[in-house]
Write a protein that binds this ligand. Structure first.
Ligand code: AMP
Length: 285
């Protein structure tokens, strides 16, 4: 069983002991309610690191007013079990008070061109909360490598940028999106969907597959055309409401009009009580 540690002093002590034993350290930051997507990151870390730390922290700083912070699932016992099966050594599950004690007043603010568009447009302050907690986790755990999912593409870009800009020296590893059988990207928030919504949620993946066909097979380079086709697929589901559909540069996240080389199709869709996101890296002609 991995050891469950809830204090910063405690996890520092355990990690120092692992380092003293000659182990390198891998960190998998999560908000818990773990699924096979998270577990794939733990397995990747397990392959590369002598000491694998999974952090489980529902970070209040990355939730906006009226978002799902209170109802976000927190099945800690089951998470510990899954971490055990995946071979994690340590679980760091601090309280909000441990991470943000009275008087906390310092945040990391990613610049607007990366953080104010796509998910950041509808969730102002979200990436400020993400960067702040990830920097804190990196400072607390001092991992050699930290593992993130491509599922949250914009997040992975924002974090890679922060790690480079602040010279953190941690290796950022971005792992492929793990999907359900029908193609829906695994997400803790899929649990919010009723059976009908769950079936309909595959429309995000279908839209991405259509973008792949349009760009890679049909060699369409007009982004507007590709986005229109994606939107038509989502619009076939009456309960779905598009937040955004974009095709962006993989590094700057700038929306593209004419497609060439590596591009990323990204989308966010409200479906019932959930807001679902997904993306696909594509090769334009
Ligand atoms: P979360 O608990 O949603 O904050 O996610 C924690 C980490 O797991 C993030 O780096 C996510 O990108 C990653 N992740 C979430 N879902 C998936 C998935 N389906 N496949 C791969 N990685 C994922």
């Amino acid at each position: 069983m991995p050891q469950l540690v809830t204090t910063i002093a405690g996890i520092r002590e355990k990690i120092a002991a692992a380092r003293a034993a000659g182990k390198n350290v891998g960190l998998v930051p999560t908000m818990g309610a773990l699924h096979e997507g998270h577990i794939s990151l733990v397995r990747e870390a397990r392959k590369e690191c002598g000491c694998v730390v999974v952090s489980i922290f529902v970070n209040p700083a990355q939730f906006g007013a009226g978002e799902d912070f209170d109802k976000y699932p927190r099945p800690l016992e089951k998470d510990v079990q899954l971490c055990d099966e995946a071979g994690a050594d340590l679980i760091f599950a601090p309280s909000a008070g441990e991470m943000y004690p009275e008087g906390f007043a310092t945040f990391v603010e990613p610049d607007k061109p990366l953080a104010a568009k796509l998910c950041g447009a509808g969730r102002p302050g979200h990436f400020r909360g993400v960067d702040t907690v990830v920097l804190k986790l990196l400072n607390i755990c001092t991992p050699d490598a930290a593992y993130f999912g491509q599922k949250d593409y914009q997040q992975s870009v924002v974090i890679r940028r922060m790690v480079a800009d602040l010279n953190l020296g941690t290796q950022v590893v971005v792992c492929a999106t793990v999907r359900e059988k029908d193609g829906l990207a695994m997400s803790s928030r899929n649990a919010y969907l009723n059976p009908q919504e769950r079936t309909q949620a595959v429309c995000l993946y279908e839209a991405l597959l259509d973008a792949k066909t349009a760009i890679e097979t049909e060699k369409i380079t007009d982004a507007a055309l590709v986005k229109k086709r994606m939107a038509d697929i989502i619009d076939k589901v009456p309960a779905a409401r598009i937040d955004y559909i974009e095709i962006v540069d993989p590094e700057s996240l700038a929306p593209l009009e004419e497609l060439s080389g590596k591009v990323v199709a990204v989308l966010a869709v409200f479906l019932g009580p959930a807001r679902l996101i997904d993306n696909m890296i594509l090769n334009a002609p």
